[in-house]
Ligand binder design. Structure first.
Ligand code: KG4
Ligand code: ZN
Length: 341
């Protein structure tokens, strides 16, 4: 087996066009991200058609930059990896088609990567000594999972959201209180000026035994509160709503994770996905883990939200196992965590 495996990874599942070169799953040689936030902000959310078109415009340049910054030539690259799901189908297809073309033209192995495996793997880059087994809270715009990562790329799902994902709730509440897109960072910023105890929103599923989540009820509670205030002609303090909502989400995510750690006697906890960028969640997780003497891993901010370095890290596991894709690789928009290509 080769000792220094360099993988070119491509990510285009949503609104970031990204490419990276990663060595042995841990060392990032380059990590280029072209964000589409500016254009989607005009429309108040991600417009799938625009996302695909922007990926198409940017992908060649992003890959060229990733290769340049890594000081690599094509002969140095051992495999081409790409996110093939979950995500927006048209957006995924741009990355998948590009990766297939490169793999075919350069005669390199092709690796299809589950985007959520990528989010988990961001921990292997941020904390170079981090190894399975551990408990991982995966919280993104489309997914909320609590999983035991038993080995690299081997997950046992303990629970997941029954309706909205945590990030989706942030985005919808941000829109409802007039903060717009992208919701998570804007709620966080507003929350810094607000009182998290000003309004009591429900903590869904907290009293239940299992590890499922539900955030649509919490979103409805915020909408009801806004309606009631309007009917009573009473003011809405945006910062207080943001802080109180964020606190409710953070309380549920942290408590459920600690509950699972106790039941399954796991002392290593990781957090992954876009919502792991949230300062309130990072603080609450840090405090909860310190109190119990648990080890905690949360990726650095640039690796929490979508990027291709995390895809290159997850791809290394598949490379080692010899799990390569062929040119029939297709986008799978509703791929579920742990499914194999
Ligand atoms: O992982 P990600 O970049 O894309 C998906 O795979 O979905 O996650 C995006 C989600 C969005 O819902 C966004 O609002 C949320 O992550 N997010 C945050 C923060 N930064 C991004 N949520 C709360 N606080 C943040 N600072
Ligand atoms: Zn993501």
């Amino acid at each position: 087996m080769k000792t220094n495996v360099k993988i070119l990874a491509i990510e285009s599942s949503c609104d970031e066009t990204a490419a990276a070169v990663v060595e042995n799953g841990r060392k990032v040689l380059s990590n280029i991200i072209s964000s589409q936030i500016a254009i989607h902000t005009i429309y108040g959310g991600v417009v799938p058609e625009i996302a695909s078109r922007k990926h198409l415009e940017n992908i060649d340049g992003v890959i060229r930059l990733a290769m340049q910054e890594a000081a690599c030539e094509w002969k140095d690259i051992d495999a081409i990896a790409v996110t093939f799901g979950p995500g927006l189908v048209g957006a995924l297809l741009v990355g998948v088609a590009e990766a297939k073309a490169l793999a075919y033209a350069l005669d390199k192995p092709l690796i299809g990567v589950d985007h959520m495996e990528g989010h988990i793997a961001a921990n292997y880059i941020s904390n170079v000594d981090w190894e399975p087994p551990f408990l991982c809270l995966v919280v993104s715009g489309g997914h909320t999972h609590l999983a035991v990562v038993e080995d690299y790329g081997v997950n046992r799902i303990l629970g997941q959201t029954r309706d909205d994902a945590a990030g989706e709730a942030f985005d919808k509440v941000a829109r409802a209180i007039g903060l717009g897109y992208p919701g998570g960072p804007k709620i966080q910023k507003a929350a810094e000026q607000g009182n998290p105890e000003a309004i009591h929103f429900p903590r869904p599923c907290l009293d239940e035994d299992g590890y499922d989540f539900s955030f649509s009820g919490l979103k409805s509670a915020v909408l009801n509160y806004l309606n009631q205030q309007e009917m009573k002609k009473e003011p809405i303090r945006q910062a207080d709503v943001a802080a109180s909502f964020q606190q409710a989400v953070v309380d549920v995510l942290t408590a459920k994770t600690m509950q699972a750690a106790k039941q399954y006697q796991i002392r290593k906890i990781a957090v992954a996905g876009g919502v792991s960028a949230n300062a309130g969640l990072r603080k609450a997780m840090t405090e909860a883990c310190q109190k119990r003497g648990f080890e905690l891993s949360i990726p650095k901010l640039v690796l929490c939200t979508d990027n291709a370095a995390m895809i290159g890290s997850a791809a290394y596991t598949l490379y080692q196992k010899g799990q390569f894709a062929d040119l029939s690789l297709n986008a799978v928009p509703n791929l579920t965590l742990g499914a194999k290509n």
